[in-house]
Write a protein that binds this ligand. Structure first.
Ligand code: GLN
Length: 486
């Protein structure tokens, strides 16, 4: 296996501070890794090598002078391409935004710059984050570094593949129904969907605003906590950002989780879960038990209703959010005979099939005659899902499910069947509906492909999830396995 340019972000910062290496060397190593493997993996939509080199040289000088440096100074980070970056392309994987350069940075991007991160590039995604495989990108699919014939998961597939392939130690994704956790699980890396409101959504291109959250992807839980600390906390620019103090997640990792109660969702081991996935999760539970955690059984009776409810609510919100792409304000304009025809041509040419399907489903669900039957009922299901979790958290501090029923599927296998594609999200979607934090981390393999363990927490209790995940990683080495491409 070829040598990886770096292990963790914190290891890199420690090495800079001890003057064992320099940010320029790390950036060159990252770019060399990209050059070797990117032609096959295709994690990036846009790379900014020149800017990365310039910024790295500036950090080189500050480390050499022994200056105080911020926590991520000189660490290469990749960003999902639905996060606005001032002056740099932001496509959302869509033709309709091709050529658009936002005039501002998303809050998370601004915070990463303040923390000293070097933003290496923008990563591939399903168009407008709609999908579970990254095959819905208008710019072609990303491939899973563990097996190039498989999908990396989606929609943040580019970010997960970039971390798994050793292009960067850290990346940001967004998660509306599983889009951080699913690709983390499929690519054998760590991904966290924070509590709704924990991280500012300002500058995240909206998909379904009541569900969308930005979160970190990393190689291990400690790096994931480091990145969460850099981006989390209240933001006056986002009215849904919660006024709660930042999590100080990394500092919380020290406390051993002994005595905490783990609730296993028994409903999540039914038909449809691959035997190899179930076996890996059971083994992880034995490990947690060995660490002194108590295992309880909990029920989520609405688990199966969550998926259909989500596929009404998310498209409903998307149909409203995507109305702004009219050929006037952003990117693509396909001129038509008159104004309405220009809207029509722009949207016809600019959006791909999945986005069009969602706009139609969402518009239908919100239409006057069907609102009560679909949208309103789905909202009621959403409330029931949240109550199920509340009951579970009366018995448990952390709830466990698989990330997905199966490991990564083959490219093309589900592309023609949207319902099959949607099923990949059955265990991640309930967490978004309830607004809870969810952590995905590697817990084994099935047929040579990574299996993801999902830990779900109480609102704003990312710290407990990360503590349990960190203790698990101290006791296991799944997170140290590297794919053939890395
Ligand atoms: N796969 C889900 C969807 O297609 C979730 C996507 C996401 O979390 N952005 O809507």
């Amino acid at each position: 296996m070829p040598e990886t340019p770096f292990e963790t972000a914190r290891g890199l910062v420690a090495a800079y501070r001890a003057q064992r290496t320099r940010p320029s060397e790390a950036v060159e190593a990252a770019l060399a890794q990209v050059e070797r493997h990117e032609p096959r993996v295709r994690a990036f939509l846009h790379l900014d090598a020149e800017r990365a080199r310039t910024e790295a040289a500036a950090w080189d000088r500050r480390y050499a002078a022994g200056e105080d440096t911020p926590p991520l100074a000189g660490v290469p980070v990749a960003l999902k391409d639905n996060l606005c970056t001032r002056g740099a392309p932001t496509t959302c994987g869509s033709r309709i935004l091709e050529g658009w350069r936002p005039p501002y940075d998303a809050t998370v991007v601004a915070r990463l710059r303040t923390a000293g991160a070097i933003l290496l590039g923008k990563t591939n995604l399903d168009e407008f984050a709609m999908g579970s495989s990254t095959e819905n990108s208008a710019f072609g699919p990303t491939r899973n570094p563990w097996d190039l014939s498989r999908v990396p998961g989606g929609s943040s597939g580019g970010s997960a593949a970039a971390v798994a392939a050793g292009f960067v130690p850290l990346a940001l994704g967004s998660d509306t129904g599983g889009s951080i956790r699913l690709p983390a699980g499929f690519c054998g890396v760590v991904g966290l969907k924070p509590t709704y409101g924990r991280v500012s959504r300002y500058g995240l291109v909206a998909f379904a605003s009541s569900l969308d959250q930005i979160g970190p992807l990393a190689r291990d839980v400690e790096d994931c906590a480091l990145l969460l600390d850099a981006i989390a906390g209240p933001d006056p620019l986002d009215t849904t950002s919660a006024r709660v103090p930042p999590p100080q997640a990394r500092a919380a990792l020290g406390a051993a989780p002994r005595g905490l109660r783990v609730g296993v969702v028994t409903d999540a081991f039914g038909a449809g879960v691959a035997p190899g996935v179930a076996a890996a999760i059971r083994e992880a539970l034995r490990t947690l038990e060995g660490l002194g955690l108590a295992i309880e059984e909990v029920a989520l009776p609405t688990l199966e209703a969550a998926l259909p409810a989500y596929y009404l609510l998310a498209p409903a919100e998307a149909s409203a959010n995507l109305a702004r792409y009219d050929g006037m304000r952003y990117g693509l304009r396909a001129a038509g005979a008159d104004l309405v025809d220009t809207y029509r041509q722009t949207r016809r040419r600019g959006f791909g099939p999945e986005v069009k399907r969602r706009i139609m489903l969402g518009t239908y669900a919100l239409s006057a005659g069907y609102y009560d039957a679909y949208y309103l009922r789905a909202q009621k299901v959403r409330t029931l899902v949240a109550r199920d979790f509340e009951r579970a958290f009366a018995r448990a501090d952390v709830v466990v499910m698989p990330v997905a029923p199966t490991p990564a599927f083959a490219i093309g296998e589900r592309a023609a069947d949207p319902l099959q594609m949607y099923l990949a999200d059955v265990f991640t979607i309930p967490v978004n509906l309830a607004g809870l934090p969810g952590l995905a981390l590697p817990c084994g393999f099935d047929g040579g492909l990574p299996v993801g363990l999902q830990l779900i927490g109480r609102p704003f209790d990312e710290a407990t999830l990360l503590r349990v995940g960190h203790a698990y990683q101290q006791a296991t080495d799944w997170h140290r396995r590297r794919p053939p491409v890395a």
